[in-house]
Design a protein around this ligand. Structure first.
Ligand code: ADQ
Length: 477
């Protein structure tokens, strides 16, 4: 019987405080399936992979020389693919040498996998950093089942086709046995793009697997003493005022300047009519080496200062802007303390914060989720107050609606959302993907075929169903 290997750019070591949704999700999956997690070690250099076991997970990490890492991660992944896939074509910076570095790092991962993999192992590769990995593995003669999951949006063909070399990059995806995407729209975009480059008859299967959270576990953590004490401390600091919360990596895809402006619009309109609302935005910096992120940070500091300067009173500051990470225990407490969450990305593959906020609520008086229509999460949470994040008035109206919503309606909306989150949780996401990739996981719950998983577009390779699974994961940051 083989193992499961997960491969991603960054691995989450036991004890890390994680700020990425992917890391959070994969730790859960690997712990449950006792898999192998391969990724970057966080160090620069050459040499053999570092192997160790922690918290039931076998870690296999690689050093990457700094110039290669800069080209692969800071440039091609995060200054070319990330903005393009989030529809920010204005921010795309394509350099051929960065693409070459990206290819080199993928070759490096393929060589490391060739050292580790057994014939019956199965490999699950994660995200846009590693699109060419199956191609490099096939070149080395590795015939194992290989799946790929894209955590970010798959843009439409007219956007994708702007990328120099898009035919080659798309072609790499067809070398997987299974490609998973977050929404039906993403899957349709990829299917259409493959057709546009003449790849109609390929062996890979495309399917939709909306990622979830461990909703029951989050609810339990949110009701435990550490979270309750974080919630009470935060509430006590508000002197009876109501609270809106935002929790996002500091990233231009998350729509933070637009959200600050929408909150300012709410303040302008509500000056005298209501007890003021406090907005807590937690935004730990990421990718600080990428210039666009430095610019964003400055813009947000300016906006927060400007809005607070205009609207503060001696006993009240409207925006509390915090640039740091918190443990999930504390975060769930903050979510529970908040009367509403503002989750308004301009584009997001899914958005786990929206789901965590819902799962953290007190069932007797849950808060309201204000959610961007341009997130994958909006597809599965129609009971949220759905908004266009580009429209400051639409978001300001939703803030007003949330403030005025009676508890009966809040409960009704919350119950539907929570039922959905429990049904389509992280375990189901993983088991459905793995079952589709390689038959049921030993000891795992069989996934239901009546799930929202969608669209087998291309025939899977012959013989897949007769082989037994192994789990090997690779991930990103
Ligand atoms: P991200 O872009 O990182 O994920 P998201 O899905 O919201 O976005 O996940 C963020 C995670 O980081 C959440 O679990 C959240 O709790 C945590 N986090 C955020 N701020 C934090 C803080 N200050 N302290 C501690 N933890 C914090 C990418 C894609 C998403 C997709 C996920 C999973 O961009 O669209 O939903 O992968 O597929």
């Amino acid at each position: 019987m083989g193992r499961l290997f997960v491969v991603s750019n960054r691995v989450a070591q036991p004890g890390d405080v994680q700020t990425g949704g992917l890391a959070t999700a994969l730790q859960t999956v690997l712990r449950e399936h006792r898999g192998v997690w391969m990724g970057w070690s966080g160090k620069h250099g050459e040499g053999p992979a570092h192997v160790h076991i922690g918290d039931g997970i076998r870690y296999c990490t690689l050093d990457i020389p700094k110039p290669e890492f800069n080209a692969y991660y800071h440039h091609f992944a995060n200054r070319t693919l990330w903005p393009l896939f989030h529809y920010r074509v204005d921010l795309v910076d394509y350099r051929r040498e960065a693409y070459e570095g990206y290819r080199d790092v993928n070759k490096r991962f393929a060589r490391a996998l060739a050292q580790e993999l057994g014939p019956d192992d199965v490999v699950w590769i994660h995200d846009y950093h590693l699109i060419p990995l199956a191609h490099e593995m096939r070149k080395l003669g590795l015939g194992q089942r290989i799946g790929f999951f894209l955590h970010i949006p798959m843009p439409s063909w007219d956007v994708l086709s702007m990328l120099p070399g898009h035919e080659e990059l798309l072609g790499f995806l067809t070398e997987y046995d299974l490609v998973g995407l977050q929404t039906a729209g993403d899957t349709e975009n990829l299917r259409h793009s493959l057709e546009a480059i003449g790849k109609k008859q390929v062996r890979c299967e495309l399917a939709t697997f909306p990622i979830g959270i461990d909703a029951r576990a989050v609810a339990q953590v949110a009701a435990a003493p550490a979270a309750i004490s974080a919630a009470s401390g935060l509430r006590a600091s508000l002197s009876g005022k109501r609270l809106a919360i935002g929790v996002d990596r500091l990233d231009y895809s998350k729509g933070l300047p637009e959200r600050f402006r929408a909150f300012a619009r709410h303040l302008e309109r509500k000056k005298v009519r209501h007890e003021p609302l406090t907005y807590l935005q937690i935004a730990p910096p990421t990718r600080a080496a990428v210039p666009e992120y430095q610019t964003l940070r400055k813009e947000l500091e300016g906006l927060a200062g400007h809005i607070n300067g205009l609207h503060s009173r001696p006993d009240w500051t409207p925006i509390r802007y915090v640039n740091r990470s918190y443990s999930h225990r504390i975060l769930t407490g903050f979510y529970r303390a908040a009367d509403m969450a503002l989750v308004t990305p301009l584009r997001d593959g899914m958005n786990l914060v929206a789901k965590e906020y819902v799962a953290s609520q007190d069932p007797s008086s849950p808060g309201v989720l204000v959610l961007s229509r341009l997130t994958g999460a909006a597809e599965g949470l129609p009971e949220a107050l759905l908004v266009n994040p580009h429209d400051v008035d639409d978001v300001a109206n939703a803030i007003d609606t949330a403030l005025a919503m009676p508890v009966s309606e809040r409960r009704q909306r919350w119950e539907s959302m929570m039922t959905n989150l429990k049904l389509h949780d992280i375990n189901r996401w993983a088991s459905e993907f793995l079952e589709r990739l390689h038959g049921p996981i030993p000891g795992g719950e069989p996934a239901s075929r009546s799930s929202p998983t969608n669209a087998i577009l291309m025939p899977a390779r012959e013989g897949a169903a007769s082989r037994k699974p192994a789990l090997v994961l690779a991930t990103r940051t």
